[in-house]
Design a protein around this ligand. Structure first.
Ligand SMILES: Cc1cc2nc3c(=O)[nH]c(=O)nc-3n(C[C@H](O)[C@H](O)[C@H](O)COP(=O)(O)OP(=O)(O)OC[C@H]3O[C@@H](n4cnc5c(N)ncnc54)[C@H](O)[C@@H]3O)c2cc1C
Length: 476
């Protein structure tokens, strides 16, 4: 659309757009300066609205309000103009597709760091952000300033941009770096505490995440609550200065190594199911917590069942508002789904596979050449999705539909990549051991692949989000 290059923001009528919209209004209420470009945009919006048929293009609520403010209330012109200017700044400023010199310096620096700090290549795990657990490596990342990059300096962060952070995660994934020990804390616990935590929680936890000292697990899924997370039954009952937690979580990655569990629990069983939920940060060493390992079909263990029996969690570890947890989870999930790890978990496999195909002359086969070219193209598109999300985050725009789209696109692509590697290797791709590094990588990737489109939200759920929040289609 001419007035707004962000197709989702322009079409959506759901909460994603409303959230960015709310921020527009708040900012505008404070600001009174309208830029010179304000008037033409208002005219375009008016045109769109009056000429649009029922099934014609829809305009974001912020834009509609902007137009209404100018046509119905002359006294509010200044505020409408400021709103327009804000819309201009957020949506019309072009995205730069090349790295700035500063961003290129970050890329070079993280590459140099990885050359120095990486373990031997034989030790590189596929899916290194879950499978590569190395507290020593995470501490080195922390000491070098690669964790908490976007956070305020007051809490140990680097006050860098989201794009710079995306560059660092991209390089780590390409190298197969063992980042699992700090990944969850850096990706979503830190941002969640920054948004909803108390000052005490921020001061106590954030600097330790930045130093690569803390491991977190995510206690969301339960035996009867996965996609339908609001069906969760784990309870946290307030008792004096503590919440007493009882219940069970499942598929909890890294629970056996974690220092803290980010726990989602029901704090008001009588409230409508989305309303009585709260978030707690639970010290995994508290009495009453039992962790049982679950071995997945790769033969490895990162999953666990976690049982809570009468666990007293001090009240000061409530994150944000009691019973408002559901509304805090949404932005957490954006961070969980938005990253390069949803595209590049198999980057080391792809690199090894391509080198093998070149070295063995298989790239002379036109079908192999076409497949390789296609994967390179698709990976480039996926990369753009993720940098676009980083760019939106740096402008304070909630990217819920985009993160869902990026995750479902990236993880389905990774599954195709694992299948292609298996086709290229034939029987060897079944050898988890004894077949050489490429065979091991391929076999592990094949076994691991079904989980990619389940963890962090299944593809069906993500398609629903894109349909409803991105395209404004009716709920199923
Ligand atoms: C590798 C991996 C790591 C994980 N790590 C964690 C973790 O650390 N912490 C954690 O809490 N959880 C974790 N999980 C669990 C994961 O979040 C859940 O498995 C996921 O949310 C799906 O829930 P479920 O398994 O209960 O399946 P269900 O929700 O029962 O879904 C079963 C099927 O029904 C489909 N379906 C369900 N509802 C709908 C709908 N409304 N419309 C269309 N289709 C629908 C689903 O897409 C799926 O195909 C992990 C899972 C995996 C595979």
């Amino acid at each position: 659309m001419a007035h707004c290059p962000d197709e989702f923001a322009a079409r959506a009528t759901g909460s994603n757009c409303e959230r960015s919209d709310a921020r527009f209004l708040r900012t505008t209420d404070r600001g009174r300066d309208a830029g010179p470009s304000a008037a033409p945009v208002v005219r375009k919006l008016t045109l769109l609205r009056t000429s649009g048929a029922a099934d014609g293009p829809r305009v974001a609520p912020a834009a509609l309000r902007m137009q209404e403010a100018t046509s119905h209330d002359v006294s509010r012109r200044n505020s409408a103009q400021a709103l327009t200017a804000e819309c201009d700044v957020r949506y019309r400023r072009p995205m730069h597709l090349a790295f700035s010199p500063a961003e290129a310096r970050v890329r070079d620096a993280i590459r140099a760091f990885l050359v120095d700090a990486m373990p031997p290549s034989s030790a590189i795990a596929e899916d290194g952000w879950i499978g590569g657990f190395s507290p020593e490596f995470s501490r080195r990342m922390g000491a070098a300033g690669w964790i908490g990059m976007t956070w305020p300096r007051a809490y140990g962060g680097g006050e860098r941009s989201y794009v710079e952070r995306a560059i660092v995660t991209e390089e780590c994934l390409r190298a197969g770096a063992p980042t699992a020990a700090h990944w969850t804390g850096d990706r979503q616990i830190g941002p969640s505490l920054l948004a909803h935590g108390t000052e005490e929680q921020k001061r106590e936890i954030l600097p330790r995440i930045v130093r690569g000292e803390l491991v977190f697990c995510l206690g969301m899924s339960e035996p009867g609550a996965g996609s339908d997370l609001a069906a969760l039954k784990t309870r946290a009952v307030e008792d004096g200065d503590a919440f007493v937690v009882d219940g069970q979580k499942v598929w909890t990655s890294l629970a056996s190594q974690a220092d803290y569990c980010y726990l989602v629990a029901r704090t008001d069983p009588d409230a409508p199911r989305h309303h009585g939920i709260s978030e707690l940060l639970v010290d995994m060493h508290l009495p009453g917590i039992t962790v049982r390992p679950l071995v997945d079909m790769t033969g490895e263990h990162h999953f666990n069942e976690v049982f809570f029996e009468n666990v007293r969690v001090p009240r000061r570890w409530l994150i944000g508002e009691k019973n408002r947890g559901w509304f805090q989870i949404a932005s957490q999930l954006d961070y969980e789904r938005a990253g390069m790890e949803r595209l590049l978990s198999y980057a080391p496999l792809f690199r090894d596979l391509e080198a093998h195909l070149r070295a063995t002359g298989r790239t002379r086969d036109p079908l192999v050449r076409q497949a390789l070219a296609r994967f390179h193209g698709e990976l480039a598109v996926g990369r753009m999705f993720i940098y676009r999300i980083a760019w939106k985050l740096s402008r304070g725009i909630a990217p819920t539909a985009e993160t869902a789209l990026a995750k479902l696109y990236g993880t389905e692509l990774e599954q195709r990549l694992a299948r292609f590697a298996a086709e290229m290797l034939g029987d060897e791709s079944l050898l988890t051991t004894g077949g050489g590094r490429l065979a091991t990588r391929t076999a592990r990737a094949l076994l691991n692949a079904p989980g990619l489109t389940i963890r962090g939200g299944t593809v069906e759920i993500l398609r629903n989000i894109v349909a409803q929040r991105g395209l404004g289609l009716p709920r199923e």
